[in-house]
Design a protein around this ligand. Structure first.
Ligand code: ARG
Length: 457
């Protein structure tokens, strides 16, 4: 079969080269965007008189018929035509004859592929934003139900200070809001349309790039034809957003895995998001979380693939850039699936509130509150910190908590301590007293929930 570009060639491409060179095995996923871009291009060619309106009508009709055929699974792509762009062009010529050969006037595959991939990326950003909004809703609703669910907060994975589960969940809401803002900023940075950059140096045809940019919903055409075909920042930025988003999910999943262990027993995953062991009949494993944690590394790999591929690459198009697609598809699809699993997994999560509360009873989570109490009574913070450290040491020896010390014993440590000490170091009071903005007290968490509910990107 003669290649569409075969004029200057005397002999056929080798089979092994054809296989190595071809991208149709993955870039077929761009077919919708390729046809969308081609329709805008052809309409513009007619408007500017580069082709006739009749010709444009025939081409557009042909493209729409091809799209419908692909939608219905009627088309078999071939690696003989290398990629989605040439497969569609060949199908078009087959369908409508000679006039189909005009579609590629004033266009190169270099600006064509840059456009197609950007259209795919833009659509993906919209879908991911929708998923993130749903994710935020689930977390916020769950937080609202758990404002009074007291649990240990950790640093170094050591019990530190009591917080509420709501406060923990709302921390993840903040991460998801930043993920959403990252996608929003992607849309404003990458709102330029590369079609019309040609192979690298534009075209001598009187094309109207404002027209195609507007038609395709971009703010403006890209301003430099070399950059237009060379730019893959939009791929890297989107994979960056996917990587950070996955990193956020992986941190939540890691805690849920730990919390599902018998040692913690803070939560139980629904059966629908767990799996069993082929050998050990008693096992119920938090696989959904483990997979999200594992796939995070894979998405980082996608980002590194494109960053490394683009490093030191000369302007303009180089075939290396064909490697951008699988990485981008994989990063986007992986984050999408991770969010789709995380949503119902969180919604069906069983929270063992009693165990969470019980865990706050051991580990001196109220030690900071005792120290703060002494400061409010007149000690300096450093002296107070030291004294409380000594009291904690004694309690460890005796196997008791700070709330088990008698008032007389407290007074022996420091006569500034009064009867009110016990109200001040009760775990619930420790959470409630942290009224500082963004803190775990009921009012602060409710305030945060209301803020997020009223927030719109
Ligand atoms: N299949 C190619 C890619 O994905 C399309 C662009 C090819 N351009 C070229 N000059 N060979 O990058």
């Amino acid at each position: 079969m003669k290649k569409l570009w075969g004029g200057r060639f005397q002999s056929e491409t080798s089979n092994i080269m054809e296989d190595f060179n071809s991208s149709i095995g993955f870039d077929w996923k761009l077919y919708h965007y390729d046809i969308e871009g081609s329709k805008a291009h052809v309409k513009m060619l007619a408007e500017t008189g580069i082709i006739s309106r009749e010709e444009a009508g025939l081409i557009i009709g042909g493209l729409e018929a091809i799209e419908a055929d692909i939608d219905q699974g009627l088309v078999e792509f071939t690696s003989k035509h290398e990629d989605i762009h040439m497969n569609i062009e060949a199908l078009l010529i087959e369908k409508i004859g000679q006039v189909g050969k005009k579609i590629h006037t004033a266009r190169s595959r270099n600006d064509q592929v840059a456009l197609d991939l950007k259209l795919y990326a833009r659509q993906s950003v919209d879908k991911l934003s929708g998923l993130l909004k749903e994710w935020i809703d689930i977390l916020v609703n769950m937080a609202e139900e758990n404002i009074d669910t007291i649990m240990p907060g950790y640093t170094h994975l050591q019990r530190a200070q009591p917080i509420s589960l709501a406060h923990f969940l709302m921390a993840h809401v903040e991460m998801a809001r930043r993920d959403l803002l990252r996608l929003e900023s992607w849309k404003s940075i990458h709102n330029t349309m590369p079609l019309g950059s040609g192979a690298l140096a534009g075209t001598s045809f009187p094309i109207d790039r404002h027209m195609t940019a507007k038609d395709l919903g971009f703010e403006m055409p890209s301003m430099n034809s070399l950059d237009g075909v060379s730019d893959r920042d939009f791929v890297i930025d989107l994979l960056g957003a996917c990587s950070v988003g996955m990193m956020h999910l992986s941190r939540l999943c890691e805690e849920l895995i730990i919390w599902s262990s018998q040692e913690f027993a803070f939560v139980e995953m629904d059966d629908a998001y767990s799996t069993g062991s082929s050998m050990m009949p008693q096992k119920k494993n938090p696989d959904a979380c483990e997979l999200i944690r594992g796939k995070t590394g894979r998405v980082y790999g996608d980002l590194l693939t494109v960053l490394s591929m683009m490093k030191a690459l000369p302007l303009a198009y180089n075939k290396d850039m064909q490697e951008d697609k699988e990485a981008l598809f994989d990063g986007v699809e992986t984050w999408t699936k991770a969010l789709m699993v995380a949503k119902p997994m969180m919604k069906t999560l069983k929270v063992k509130k009693d165990n969470m509360l019980r865990a706050t009873r051991q580990g001196f989570l109220n030690a900071t509150d005792l120290a703060d109490y002494l400061v409010k009574k007149g000690l300096t913070f450093r002296d107070s910190h030291r004294l409380v450290g000594e009291i904690v040491f004694d309690c460890i020896e005796k196997g008791i908590g700070l709330e088990d010390i008698s008032l007389d014993d407290y007074k022996a440590y420091c006569d500034l301590i009064g009867e009110d000490i016990f109200d001040n170091i009760a775990i619930e009071a420790c959470v409630e007293s942290r009224q500082s903005l963004g803190g775990p007290s009921r009012d602060q968490v409710v305030n945060h929930i209301e803020f997020v509910r009223g927030w719109n990107v």
